[in-house]
Design a protein around this ligand. Sequence first.
Ligand code: BES
Ligand code: ZN
Ligand code: ZN
Length: 466
Amino acid sequence: MKINLTIATQSKIHVEFITPENLKKHKLYKKLYNNGFDATEGSLTLLDDKRLLACGSQTLKSDDIRVATVTAIKKLKTTNFKSCSFPVTKATLQGVVEGIILGGYEFNDYKSKKTKTKLKKIDLVCDDVATLQKDFEQSVIIAEATAFTRDIVNTAPQELNPKTFAKLATKLATENNLECNILGPKKLKKEKCNAMLAVGRASIHPSQLIHLAYKPKNAKKVITLVGKGLTYDSGGLSLKPATSMVTMKMDKAGASAVLGMIKAVSELKLDIEVHAFIGAVENMIGGNAYKPDDILKTRNGKTVEVRNTDAEGRLVLADVLDYAQDKVPNTDYLFDFATLTGACMVALGQYTTGVMGHSKKVKHHFYKASKNSGELIGSLPFNKHLSKLLKSEIADLSNVASKPYGGAITAGLFLDNFIKEQNKQKWLHFDIAGSAYTEAPWDCNVYGATGAGVRLMSQFFKEIAK
Ligand code: BES
Ligand code: ZN
Ligand code: ZN
């Protein structure tokens, strides 16, 4: 599907957004009314000899327009029209682009019968192309990077394992001119990434640490990203119940998001240096599996008592975070993305990413980025009492808290043990366990991966590159 920004269109059908407030003043009000159209979210009607698709929107703000666009594009894809047009302004452009690309997103790789649409061309009609061109191009890059992340997460685990993840990263590095370094088990052993290696030991697919870097000449800031890349999380010997295991291919969503983020920043050509580190590992069972009661010596020297092999993401991140901080000692920010805890969903609901860290200032920056990105975030506060729940009688730390409440926060506090003193104020942890995957459509998300994190971080990139 080709999307153009233009002042005039030849297409035969035009979308018009109508709010409940504007409905009565509309020149076609009577016809709209007779069709039962009330301009609420999700309402839709064809008028004017099928040349006008009236589309209800709560307001004309970007967030509502994005949702209205999703309704329109889903409908248009089922019609015989080859092209269509949407009106755009500076305020609604991003919402319309995201609605089209992300609301119209489909993952058909495993269907023998692909859904076919006749719709090939979409004109976004505005008053002045020159003033909106840059916003338009940026919105397309970010939405496509989000779809790229969705594709990776949606790929089945028999196809996407740590090695194929590394291949995919190498391909992106070649296409987008990024530096790329990959560490297999031998090098990981040399690097003393023992916790990461323990988690992946029972898998037939060797664990991989992937490092990509985008280094423009005049970088104003340096950002380090770390992603949890569990290509499958069976729970290990602390095996997940059958129904909880389904969807655990999505445990690589943090790593996939980080890949989408570096794709976006390199295509936006922003003047910020970005490093992406991924721990790609498969958590399986077998005679060789790591066990509850094992004591692991992590890369930074701290020992961890394993009390639950299903709390594996934090073990992988412990080593990758430590490695990343050594490789990028001059970083201005350090962010990790992970589908880390079911508890995050209990705390915030399925739609909101949990944000944790010590710096109020950096969190504040993200509240703003969140508002402008269309992604929801909520802060989960650390405290010293929860921190104490990670004490172990036999090692420096336990990999699970001794009490069941506040599980998203205790997981964040576990990671805090692997953040160097000089980076404490630069670090935020994003728990995307709820927001990364959905089995029912919401906002511009369809069944499967959402690409959570990519729009949020891209917005942050744009704001700090200003
Ligand atoms: N990958 C899971 C977290 C998860 C759960 C993500 C549901 C998405 C949906 C993680 O590795 C895990 O299993 N966490 C445990 C931690 C517990 C053992 C302390 C959890 O959340 O139950
Ligand atoms: Zn787990
Ligand atoms: Zn996991």
